[in-house]
Design a protein around this ligand. Structure first.
Ligand SMILES: CC(C)(COP(=O)(O)OP(=O)(O)OC[C@H]1O[C@@H](n2cnc3c(N)ncnc32)[C@H](O)[C@@H]1OP(=O)(O)O)[C@@H](O)C(=O)NCCC(=O)NCCS
Length: 277
């Protein structure tokens, strides 16, 4: 496993007073399929059960059950609302939200935002106690490669950076690094692919990390922090978090299904140094 600490400045110091951004990376293998089905039967709501029942292939159903058991488990740990009692609703663009009780969350606070991503065999869930989060996970060995079509959606400076790399693995990696970041940002905004991907741009460090961010017109860049991780070789993860402009943003990375509370890895998300306006 590539250390996620490589993605940012490692942090072993005292906890930051701001609530950290929490990330769960959960391979499907972390949850036995029969157990996932049992949990889903008890935890998922009627609509989720119906969605699970519509998959033609067991592989896809397994992915869905693992992802949505993860969502309900993590939301229960974070909010104090039991797994089966959490009410999830979706925006007109499909973004899920937790309905918060008017009296506040049982574990304190009123705010909680989350975002889910899943790809063949892996699930990723991000949670923040205020503002917004978007996450994306993609595999470099994805079956439906389509890398060229992806690059066509990029801003010109991003396309130039991608095509400066040799065709093959190096170019694919650049493509997916940008794609995961763009998806994470668009998902944090709740717009998904409805946000034109050439209306904003990232400048990336050679190996990992966001150096610059040009937001869509009218969006201040300093409100956003980004992280890139590679929790397993060839599995690329991106996180986009909206913050107050001067807050230090700490990311806690958890791995596996959250049966119990384990010590996470802690990283600091740097502010992109170049605001590319
Ligand atoms: C969000 C979107 C980019 C997801 O792309 P993807 O790479 O296939 O999927 P990922 O695995 O990264 O993420 C999927 C998860 O994102 C979440 N999601 C769905 N829509 C979302 C949105 N608009 N914003 C943020 N997150 C969203 C869901 O939890 C979804 O998983 P689930 O359906 O199992 O609950 C894509 O579905 C999209 O653009 N949706 C918006 C569609 C839209 O605008 N519809 C308007 C009505 S026509």
């Amino acid at each position: 496993m590539t250390s996620p600490a490589a993605a940012g400045r490692p942090q072993h110091a005292a906890p930051h007073p701001e609530a950290p951004v929490k990330l769960w990376f959960c391979p499907n293998d972390a949850l036995d399929p029969r157990l996932a089905a049992d949990l889903a039967r008890h935890w998922l709501d009627e609509q989720e059960q119906q969605t699970a029942g519509r998959f033609l292939f067991d592989r896809d159903r397994r992915q869905y059950l693992a992802a949505h058991a993860l969502v309900r488990r993590v939301l229960a740990l974070e909010s104090g609302i039991p797994e089966a009692e959490a009410v999830l609703w979706r925006s007109s663009r499909g973004r899920p939200f937790l309905r918060k009780p008017v009296e506040g969350l049982p574990r304190g606070g009123r705010e909680l935002d989350f975002n889910l991503s899943h790809t063949d065999g892996y699930n990723l869930l991000g949670v923040v106690r205020r503002h917004r989060i978007g996450v994306d996970v993609e595999r470099l060995d994805r079956d439906d490669r389509g890398f060229e079509a992806i690059v066509e959606t990029f801003a010109p400076e991003e396309t130039a950076w991608v095509t400066a790399a040799a065709p093959g693995r190096a170019r694919d990696r650049r493509t997916l690094r940008l794609w995961t970041l763009k998806e994470a940002y668009a998902k944090a905004r709740g717009l998904g692919l409805g946000l034109p991907f050439d209306s904003f741009a990232f400048t990336l460090a050679p190996d990992r990390g966001v150096r610059g961010f040009r937001p869509p017109d009218g969006e201040p860049p300093e409100r956003w922090r980004f992280a890139e991780l590679e929790p397993e070789p060839g599995v690329l993860v991106a996180v986009a978090v909206m913050t107050g402009s001067d807050e230090e943003t700490v990311l806690e990375v958890h791995r596996g299904f959250p049966w119990s509370r384990q010590a996470p890895r802690r990283l600091i998300l740097p502010q992109p140094v170049e605001a590319l306006c």
